[in-house]
Design a protein around this ligand. Structure first.
Ligand SMILES: NC(=O)C1=CN([C@@H]2O[C@H](COP(=O)(O)OP(=O)(O)OC[C@H]3O[C@@H](n4cnc5c(N)ncnc54)[C@H](OP(=O)(O)O)[C@@H]3O)[C@@H](O)[C@H]2O)[C@@H](O)CC1
Ligand SMILES: Cc1cc2nc3c(=O)[nH]c(=O)nc-3n(C[C@H](O)[C@H](O)[C@H](O)COP(=O)(O)O)c2cc1C
Ligand SMILES: Cc1ncc(COP(=O)(O)O)c(C=O)c1O
Ligand SMILES: [K+]
Length: 536
């Protein structure tokens, strides 16, 4: 595989176009409607000459996508949908000339399903999962997903009535058994699935489904359909997550009779199949982050970008958000008086180190709140650039709105929020400018572009347009092109807040948070920090 992928994309394409049908396709666990395979009908060369989109169809409207999880939402212009045949061709190409094994693809597919579920349904609220797995690779994806979900903190159960006797599948079963994940037979399943499970993973059939579902899957699908009636009767019912295809749906036409299952989430794999256009549930995700550019190019596949290192990406319209229902239940270690540092600065450093270790983005970003003589507060983010016994330092423009307010009222509040650690730190005190030398020194440590930016920006004044800033920046770039040192403008420098009060907040369940406040006290002529607990 490394040999093939190590070649240039051009070479891979030509290699693919000559490739015979992959024998690997036959290694897949289950028969499919494409067997027996004609010798070259589904080879790479078959699709290549079709000039215009056989595969790509329509898309969600630009701008329509947005939503709950910034990390996972993509605003795609267009997305390709695959026919049943094309899905199988992509599959066989991946596992033929591109050197993937079924095990690899299944592992990545199952992981994508698990991460998609975890993006939407938190284990604290949706814990009990039943994965209903079919006889083919869709079922295999379900088995893999169940294992990952276990490790993510869910409690999975598996119903796998038609087992495939291949090492890949028996291995997946053994792995689940070693985690003591219960396997339930169809008879052991309750008539009504609504009471015992929070999430039902529908991994019965994928893109090789055809005809009408045969036993025992016909009844299993009915059980999922029945849940819809509980929902209509306002009874709590588990959510249904369909892997790749809602089982029982026609792979291209969708829910033809309108009486099929109505999943809450579909996780399309590799690329959505045509039936996914008919999906109107709230959560449509794409998984299977393994499509090499050569395949995407050759098939003119338009797929969304996966954000960061994510294994899944939300596609389609995001659900309507009920803002009043957005909430987290914080679960953290206890934060007790006995454990905290006597000096709040040491405590701050400890928590700051934790935020660094947790890889949080810009843990030094803090909200700075000020008020002028009118007493009207205003807040904005600034970056902490130093902290020691003398206080908390940041840099800014001395003619900005905040600077005006600080000149009128030299008191301010700082706020750090470290999401992921469920922590907040509040610092309040008096503010003064840092020395000119300190500002000079810091100014020259900044990237050249930021130094020029500081000269350009008459911070908080009205600008006629972005072009004005760019023009001035360009002129300054030329002006200083031969100078090694850019002079710091006199209107730019630092402030230092000398703390008079600290509060360390650690989020806890049921809103019973820990809040420890430090305030200075004179004892025997000595200034010490008094620590008290505040009600949450
Ligand atoms: N790159 C990719 O594409 C990747 C694909 N991946 C996954 O593979 C899935 C496709 O897998 P697949 O080809 O094994 O077929 P799948 O749909 O699971 O089931 C076929 C089985 O169902 C049976 N069956 C069919 N109709 C039936 C009926 N009416 N009633 C009862 N049984 C019926 C059929 O039996 P047969 O009819 O042939 O006798 C056969 O046993 C795909 O959707 C995705 O999830 C990922 O793992 C990785 C990347
Ligand atoms: C994460 C973040 C960090 C920022 N850091 C600074 C900073 O260190 N100094 C600064 O002057 N502005 C910084 N800004 C911009 C300020 O939030 C603000 O827009 C600007 O200082 C003007 O505020 P004012 O009009 O209230 O004076 C930052 C903004 C963000 C979002
Ligand atoms: C206007 C402004 N000034 C200063 C800063 C702090 O930047 P630096 O880290 O380069 O000092 C920022 C950071 O976002 C900023 O937006
Ligand atoms: K399915």
């Amino acid at each position: 595989m490394r040999g093939v992928l190590g070649k240039s994309r051009k070479m891979i394409c030509s290699l693919l176009s000559q490739a015979p049908v992959s024998p690997a396709y036959y290694y897949r666990s289950s028969p499919s409607i494409y067997k027996p395979k004609p010798s070259n009908r589904f080879s790479w060369g078959f699709l290549a000459p079709i000039p215009s989109p056989a595969i790509r169809v329509f898309c969600s409207k630009p701008g329509e996508v947005g939503g709950l999880m910034a990390s996972s939402v993509q605003n795609q212009g267009s997305i390709s949908y695959l026919t049943q045949r094309e899905a199988a061709e992509v599959d066989e190409t991946l596992m033929g000339p591109l050197g993937f094994s079924v095990d690899q693809l299944m592992e990545l597919a199952g992981l994508s399903v698990a991460t998609s579920i975890a993006e939407v349904y938190k284990p604290s609220e949706y814990n009990r999962i039943l994965a209903i797995c079919g006889p083919g690779n869709n079922g295999g994806d379900g088995l893999v997903a169940a294992r990952h979900l276990y490790h993510f903190g869910y409690k999975p159960f598996v119903c796998y009535p038609k087992r495939t006797q291949k090492p890949l599948y028996s291995g997946l079963v053994t792995q689940l058994e070693s985690l003591s994940i219960p396997f339930l037979s169809v008879d052991e399943l309750p008539m009504d699935l609504s009471k015992d499970f929070d999430i039902l993973v529908d991994a019965m059939f994928g893109f090789s489904f055809h005809g009408a579902p045969r036993p025992p899957f016909d009844d299993l699908i009915k059980k999922l359909i029945n849940l819809h009636y509980y929902e209509q009767a306002q009874r709590k019912s588990p959510v249904i997550v369909s892997v790749d295809i809602p089982s029982g749906w026609h792979v291209e036409e969708g829910d033809v009779g309108g009486d099929g299952i109505k999943p809450d989430m579909v996780v399309s794999l590799t690329a959505p199949k045509l039936c996914a256009k008919k999906f109107s549930g709230p959560h449509h995700f794409l998984g299977g982050r393994f499509v090499p550019p050569a395949i995407a190019e050759k098939y003119k596949l338009q797929l969304p970008q996966y954000p960061g290192m994510s294994m899944c990406v939300r596609i389609g319209k995001p659900p309507q958000i009920d803002i009043s229902a957005l909430r987290e239940n914080y679960i953290s270690p206890e934060f007790l008086e006995e454990q905290v540092e006597a000096d709040p600065l040491d405590q701050f450093r400890k928590w700051f180190d934790d935020a660094m270790a947790a890889n949080l983005k810009e843990p030094n970003a803090m909200a700075l709140s000020t008020t002028g003589k009118d007493g009207k507060p205003s807040s904005r983010m600034v970056l902490l650039k130093g902290v020691d016994k003398d206080g908390f330092v940041w840099f800014t423009n001395y003619e900005s709105q905040k600077a005006r307010q600080l000149s009128e009222n030299p008191h301010a509040a700082l706020l750090f929020y470290w999401d992921g650690l469920n922590r907040q730190v509040r610092v309040e005190g008096s503010v003064e400018k840092v020395s000119d030398e300190e500002s000079e020194q810091y100014f020259h440590s900044r990237p050249r572009g930021s130094q020029l930016g500081a000269i350009v920006s008459k911070q908080s004044t009205v600008v006629p347009g972005r072009h004005v800033l760019h023009q001035q920046y360009k002129e300054l770039e030329e002006k200083y092109s031969k100078e090694s040192l850019i002079p710091k403008p006199k209107y730019w420098g630092g402030y230092r807040l000398k703390p008079e009060r600290f509060e360390f907040w650690q989020g806890q369940p049921s809103r019973l948070h820990d809040r420890l406040e430090y305030s200075p006290q004179e004892t025997d002529g000595k200034r010490v920090w008094k620590i008290v607990r505040l009600a949450p």
